[in-house]
Design a protein around this ligand. Structure first.
Ligand SMILES: [Zn+2]
Length: 311
Protein backbone atom coordinates (compact mmCIF):
# COMPACT_ATOMS: atom_id res chain seq x y z
CA UNK A 1 0.00 0.00 0.00
CA UNK A 2 1.36 3.44 -0.98
CA UNK A 3 1.32 5.70 2.07
CA UNK A 4 1.37 9.09 0.38
CA UNK A 5 1.20 10.89 3.76
CA UNK A 6 4.84 9.88 4.21
CA UNK A 7 5.85 11.53 0.94
CA UNK A 8 3.70 14.65 0.66
CA UNK A 9 6.23 16.67 -1.36
CA UNK A 10 6.94 13.87 -3.77
CA UNK A 11 3.24 13.26 -4.27
CA UNK A 12 2.61 16.96 -4.93
CA UNK A 13 5.44 17.15 -7.45
CA UNK A 14 4.06 14.10 -9.24
CA UNK A 15 0.59 15.70 -9.49
CA UNK A 16 2.04 19.02 -10.67
CA UNK A 17 4.17 17.33 -13.32
CA UNK A 18 1.17 15.38 -14.57
CA UNK A 19 -1.09 18.43 -14.74
CA UNK A 20 1.52 20.60 -16.50
CA UNK A 21 2.04 17.79 -18.98
CA UNK A 22 -1.72 17.44 -19.56
CA UNK A 23 -2.35 21.17 -20.09
CA UNK A 24 0.63 21.40 -22.46
CA UNK A 25 -0.75 18.57 -24.55
CA UNK A 26 -4.23 20.09 -24.62
CA UNK A 27 -2.73 23.34 -25.88
CA UNK A 28 -0.88 21.73 -28.76
CA UNK A 29 -3.41 19.11 -29.80
CA UNK A 30 -6.48 20.45 -31.65
CA UNK A 31 -9.78 19.65 -30.02
CA UNK A 32 -11.78 17.51 -32.39
CA UNK A 33 -15.24 19.01 -32.97
CA UNK A 34 -17.50 16.09 -33.67
CA UNK A 35 -20.88 16.73 -32.14
CA UNK A 36 -22.60 18.81 -34.78
CA UNK A 37 -26.36 19.24 -34.31
CA UNK A 38 -28.13 19.98 -37.60
CA UNK A 39 -30.17 23.15 -37.81
CA UNK A 40 -33.19 22.36 -39.97
CA UNK A 41 -33.89 26.08 -40.41
CA UNK A 42 -32.90 29.49 -39.10
CA UNK A 43 -36.46 30.12 -37.97
CA UNK A 44 -36.70 31.59 -34.43
CA UNK A 45 -39.60 29.19 -33.74
CA UNK A 46 -37.47 26.14 -34.47
CA UNK A 47 -36.42 24.40 -31.22
CA UNK A 48 -32.85 23.64 -32.33
CA UNK A 49 -32.38 27.18 -33.64
CA UNK A 50 -33.68 28.46 -30.27
CA UNK A 51 -31.01 26.37 -28.56
CA UNK A 52 -28.37 27.72 -30.95
CA UNK A 53 -29.45 31.34 -30.33
CA UNK A 54 -29.33 30.70 -26.58
CA UNK A 55 -25.79 29.31 -26.91
CA UNK A 56 -24.73 32.37 -28.95
CA UNK A 57 -26.19 34.69 -26.33
CA UNK A 58 -24.44 32.81 -23.52
CA UNK A 59 -21.20 32.94 -25.50
CA UNK A 60 -21.40 36.75 -25.82
CA UNK A 61 -22.16 37.03 -22.07
CA UNK A 62 -19.15 34.83 -21.29
CA UNK A 63 -16.95 36.93 -23.60
CA UNK A 64 -18.06 40.10 -21.77
CA UNK A 65 -16.74 38.46 -18.56
CA UNK A 66 -13.42 37.70 -20.35
CA UNK A 67 -14.47 34.07 -20.26
CA UNK A 68 -15.09 31.61 -23.06
CA UNK A 69 -18.23 29.57 -23.55
CA UNK A 70 -17.66 25.97 -24.71
CA UNK A 71 -17.19 25.73 -28.47
CA UNK A 72 -20.26 24.20 -30.05
CA UNK A 73 -20.62 24.02 -33.80
CA UNK A 74 -23.98 23.56 -35.49
CA UNK A 75 -24.44 22.68 -39.15
CA UNK A 76 -26.93 24.30 -41.47
CA UNK A 77 -27.60 23.47 -45.11
CA UNK A 78 -28.35 26.73 -46.88
CA UNK A 79 -31.36 27.45 -49.03
CA UNK A 80 -31.31 29.22 -52.39
CA UNK A 81 -31.72 32.77 -51.05
CA UNK A 82 -29.00 32.47 -48.39
CA UNK A 83 -25.71 34.35 -48.47
CA UNK A 84 -22.95 34.20 -45.88
CA UNK A 85 -24.03 37.66 -44.67
CA UNK A 86 -27.72 36.78 -44.36
CA UNK A 87 -26.91 33.54 -42.49
CA UNK A 88 -24.42 35.25 -40.17
CA UNK A 89 -26.78 38.11 -39.36
CA UNK A 90 -29.71 35.77 -38.61
CA UNK A 91 -27.38 33.80 -36.31
CA UNK A 92 -26.09 36.98 -34.68
CA UNK A 93 -22.51 35.84 -35.38
CA UNK A 94 -19.89 37.99 -37.21
CA UNK A 95 -19.75 37.19 -40.93
CA UNK A 96 -15.96 36.69 -40.72
CA UNK A 97 -16.42 34.00 -38.05
CA UNK A 98 -18.63 32.03 -40.45
CA UNK A 99 -16.55 32.87 -43.56
CA UNK A 100 -13.17 31.72 -42.23
CA UNK A 101 -14.48 28.50 -40.65
CA UNK A 102 -16.19 27.61 -43.95
CA UNK A 103 -13.35 28.63 -46.31
CA UNK A 104 -15.34 31.45 -47.91
CA UNK A 105 -13.30 34.34 -49.27
CA UNK A 106 -15.89 36.89 -50.27
CA UNK A 107 -19.40 37.97 -49.38
CA UNK A 108 -20.58 37.26 -52.93
CA UNK A 109 -19.39 33.65 -52.96
CA UNK A 110 -22.40 31.36 -53.67
CA UNK A 111 -23.30 29.23 -50.65
CA UNK A 112 -26.62 27.87 -51.91
CA UNK A 113 -27.04 24.18 -50.98
CA UNK A 114 -23.77 24.16 -49.04
CA UNK A 115 -23.57 22.94 -45.45
CA UNK A 116 -22.17 25.74 -43.30
CA UNK A 117 -20.64 25.23 -39.86
CA UNK A 118 -22.01 27.78 -37.44
CA UNK A 119 -20.02 28.24 -34.24
CA UNK A 120 -21.54 29.79 -31.11
CA UNK A 121 -18.47 31.87 -30.19
CA UNK A 122 -17.55 35.03 -32.12
CA UNK A 123 -13.97 35.37 -33.31
CA UNK A 124 -11.64 34.36 -36.12
CA UNK A 125 -10.87 30.78 -37.16
CA UNK A 126 -7.39 30.88 -38.67
CA UNK A 127 -6.76 27.75 -40.74
CA UNK A 128 -3.43 25.95 -40.31
CA UNK A 129 -3.31 25.75 -44.12
CA UNK A 130 -5.26 28.68 -45.66
CA UNK A 131 -7.33 27.66 -48.66
CA UNK A 132 -8.72 31.09 -49.54
CA UNK A 133 -7.24 34.52 -50.29
CA UNK A 134 -9.10 35.99 -47.29
CA UNK A 135 -7.55 33.42 -44.93
CA UNK A 136 -4.12 34.04 -46.49
CA UNK A 137 -4.41 37.81 -45.98
CA UNK A 138 -5.55 37.47 -42.35
CA UNK A 139 -2.92 34.84 -41.50
CA UNK A 140 -0.16 36.90 -43.13
CA UNK A 141 -1.18 39.93 -41.06
CA UNK A 142 -1.15 37.92 -37.81
CA UNK A 143 2.24 36.39 -38.66
CA UNK A 144 3.64 39.89 -39.32
CA UNK A 145 2.34 40.90 -35.87
CA UNK A 146 4.13 37.81 -34.40
CA UNK A 147 0.81 36.51 -33.17
CA UNK A 148 1.23 33.69 -30.59
CA UNK A 149 -0.89 31.02 -32.31
CA UNK A 150 0.41 28.35 -29.92
CA UNK A 151 -1.19 30.11 -26.96
CA UNK A 152 -4.69 29.76 -28.41
CA UNK A 153 -7.03 26.82 -28.62
CA UNK A 154 -6.91 24.83 -31.85
CA UNK A 155 -9.90 22.96 -33.19
CA UNK A 156 -10.12 20.24 -35.77
CA UNK A 157 -13.18 19.92 -37.94
CA UNK A 158 -13.38 17.42 -40.82
CA UNK A 159 -9.63 16.93 -40.60
CA UNK A 160 -8.88 20.66 -40.95
CA UNK A 161 -7.12 22.49 -38.09
CA UNK A 162 -8.06 26.01 -37.03
CA UNK A 163 -6.64 28.31 -34.37
CA UNK A 164 -9.54 30.18 -32.76
CA UNK A 165 -8.97 33.79 -31.68
CA UNK A 166 -11.94 34.85 -29.55
CA UNK A 167 -13.48 38.27 -30.28
CA UNK A 168 -10.96 39.08 -33.05
CA UNK A 169 -12.37 40.76 -36.19
CA UNK A 170 -11.20 41.60 -39.71
CA UNK A 171 -9.29 44.87 -40.16
CA UNK A 172 -10.98 47.52 -42.38
CA UNK A 173 -8.84 46.46 -45.37
CA UNK A 174 -9.64 42.78 -44.86
CA UNK A 175 -13.29 43.66 -44.42
CA UNK A 176 -13.24 45.65 -47.62
CA UNK A 177 -11.64 42.75 -49.45
CA UNK A 178 -14.31 40.39 -48.09
CA UNK A 179 -17.20 42.69 -49.03
CA UNK A 180 -15.90 43.63 -52.45
CA UNK A 181 -13.07 41.47 -53.63
CA UNK A 182 -13.85 42.71 -57.10
CA UNK A 183 -10.87 45.06 -56.97
CA UNK A 184 -9.80 45.80 -60.53
CA UNK A 185 -6.24 46.12 -61.69
CA UNK A 186 -5.29 49.78 -62.25
CA UNK A 187 -3.07 48.72 -65.15
CA UNK A 188 -3.96 45.21 -66.42
CA UNK A 189 -1.15 45.15 -69.02
CA UNK A 190 1.41 46.56 -66.60
CA UNK A 191 4.51 44.60 -65.64
CA UNK A 192 5.37 44.48 -61.96
CA UNK A 193 8.83 46.00 -61.71
CA UNK A 194 8.98 46.68 -58.00
CA UNK A 195 6.94 45.02 -55.24
CA UNK A 196 5.73 46.46 -51.94
CA UNK A 197 8.18 46.56 -49.01
CA UNK A 198 11.85 47.31 -48.35
CA UNK A 199 13.95 47.87 -51.45
CA UNK A 200 16.98 49.77 -52.74
CA UNK A 201 15.55 53.02 -54.07
CA UNK A 202 16.30 53.42 -57.81
CA UNK A 203 16.53 57.18 -57.22
CA UNK A 204 18.67 57.50 -54.06
CA UNK A 205 20.40 54.07 -54.10
CA UNK A 206 19.66 53.66 -50.39
CA UNK A 207 17.34 51.16 -48.71
CA UNK A 208 13.82 52.56 -48.45
CA UNK A 209 10.34 51.31 -47.75
CA UNK A 210 8.33 51.07 -50.97
CA UNK A 211 4.77 51.94 -49.98
CA UNK A 212 3.18 50.63 -53.19
CA UNK A 213 3.90 48.61 -56.29
CA UNK A 214 5.38 49.80 -59.60
CA UNK A 215 3.77 48.66 -62.82
CA UNK A 216 5.61 49.48 -66.03
CA UNK A 217 3.71 50.23 -69.26
CA UNK A 218 4.19 52.51 -72.29
CA UNK A 219 3.60 56.22 -71.75
CA UNK A 220 -0.03 57.11 -72.33
CA UNK A 221 -1.48 53.67 -71.35
CA UNK A 222 -4.84 54.11 -69.62
CA UNK A 223 -4.90 53.84 -65.81
CA UNK A 224 -8.14 52.57 -64.19
CA UNK A 225 -9.80 53.17 -60.84
CA UNK A 226 -9.32 49.96 -58.80
CA UNK A 227 -12.54 50.51 -56.83
CA UNK A 228 -15.49 52.88 -56.89
CA UNK A 229 -15.24 56.10 -54.92
CA UNK A 230 -14.55 59.80 -55.33
CA UNK A 231 -11.51 61.86 -56.30
CA UNK A 232 -9.93 63.07 -53.05
CA UNK A 233 -7.11 65.03 -54.66
CA UNK A 234 -5.46 65.37 -58.07
CA UNK A 235 -2.23 67.34 -57.86
CA UNK A 236 1.47 67.44 -58.72
CA UNK A 237 4.52 67.16 -56.49
CA UNK A 238 8.25 66.49 -56.88
CA UNK A 239 8.08 62.83 -55.83
CA UNK A 240 4.75 61.55 -57.17
CA UNK A 241 4.62 63.87 -60.20
CA UNK A 242 1.01 64.06 -61.40
CA UNK A 243 -1.01 61.92 -59.03
CA UNK A 244 -4.58 61.10 -58.05
CA UNK A 245 -5.85 59.84 -54.73
CA UNK A 246 -9.26 58.15 -54.74
CA UNK A 247 -11.32 57.84 -51.58
CA UNK A 248 -13.20 54.54 -51.12
CA UNK A 249 -15.48 53.08 -48.46
CA UNK A 250 -14.16 52.02 -45.05
CA UNK A 251 -11.37 54.61 -45.03
CA UNK A 252 -9.51 52.96 -47.92
CA UNK A 253 -7.64 55.18 -50.41
CA UNK A 254 -5.87 54.32 -53.66
CA UNK A 255 -2.97 56.39 -55.02
CA UNK A 256 -1.89 56.58 -58.69
CA UNK A 257 1.43 58.40 -59.30
CA UNK A 258 3.79 59.54 -62.09
CA UNK A 259 0.86 60.08 -64.51
CA UNK A 260 1.44 61.86 -67.83
CA UNK A 261 -2.06 63.35 -67.57
CA UNK A 262 -5.59 63.00 -66.25
CA UNK A 263 -8.79 61.70 -67.82
CA UNK A 264 -11.57 64.24 -68.21
CA UNK A 265 -13.09 65.46 -64.93
CA UNK A 266 -10.50 63.66 -62.81
CA UNK A 267 -8.75 66.85 -61.68
CA UNK A 268 -11.87 67.88 -59.74
CA UNK A 269 -12.06 66.70 -56.13
CA UNK A 270 -15.38 64.98 -55.44
CA UNK A 271 -15.78 63.48 -58.94
CA UNK A 272 -17.43 60.05 -58.67
CA UNK A 273 -15.66 57.10 -60.20
CA UNK A 274 -16.68 53.47 -60.64
CA UNK A 275 -14.22 50.59 -60.57
CA UNK A 276 -12.66 50.31 -64.02
CA UNK A 277 -13.15 53.98 -65.04
CA UNK A 278 -10.15 55.53 -66.82
CA UNK A 279 -8.73 58.16 -64.46
CA UNK A 280 -5.40 59.04 -66.10
CA UNK A 281 -2.48 57.89 -68.23
CA UNK A 282 0.90 56.30 -67.51
CA UNK A 283 3.80 58.76 -67.48
CA UNK A 284 7.15 59.37 -65.83
CA UNK A 285 6.52 62.63 -63.98
CA UNK A 286 8.08 63.29 -60.54
CA UNK A 287 10.87 61.08 -59.15
CA UNK A 288 10.70 58.37 -61.80
CA UNK A 289 13.22 56.54 -63.97
CA UNK A 290 10.84 55.55 -66.79
CA UNK A 291 7.14 55.28 -67.68
CA UNK A 292 5.35 53.40 -64.90
CA UNK A 293 2.49 53.63 -62.47
CA UNK A 294 3.19 53.76 -58.76
CA UNK A 295 0.05 52.28 -57.18
CA UNK A 296 -0.57 52.44 -53.47
CA UNK A 297 -3.36 51.40 -51.08
CA UNK A 298 -3.73 53.43 -47.89
CA UNK A 299 -5.74 51.96 -45.04
CA UNK A 300 -6.09 54.88 -42.64
CA UNK A 301 -3.18 53.72 -40.46
CA UNK A 302 -0.58 53.08 -43.14
CA UNK A 303 -0.35 51.23 -46.42
CA UNK A 304 -0.94 47.62 -47.37
CA UNK A 305 0.47 45.40 -50.11
CA UNK A 306 -1.77 46.05 -53.16
CA UNK A 307 -0.81 42.66 -54.58
CA UNK A 308 -2.73 40.94 -51.78
CA UNK A 309 -5.91 42.70 -52.93
CA UNK A 310 -5.60 42.67 -56.72
CA UNK A 311 -7.09 39.89 -58.87
ZN1 LIG B 1 6.70 53.09 -56.64
Amino acid sequence: MFKHSLFPQLFLILILTLSIHTSFCQEMKPVELQFIPDLPSLNPRDAIFKQYSQDVENAYKAAARQDMYPMFIYAYTTSESDTVISVASRCNIPKETVALLNNLSSASEPVSGKTLYLPVNAGLFIPETPKTVLAQIVKKRLLTENFAFEQYQWYSINGENFCFIPNERLTPTENYFFLDSGMKSPLPEGILTSPYGMRISPISGTEKFHSGIDLAAPEGTAVYACLGGTVLVAATDATYGNYIILQHANGLQSVYAHLSGYAEGMKEAGTFVTAGDVIGYVGTTGASTGPHLHFEIRTGNGTTDPESLLP
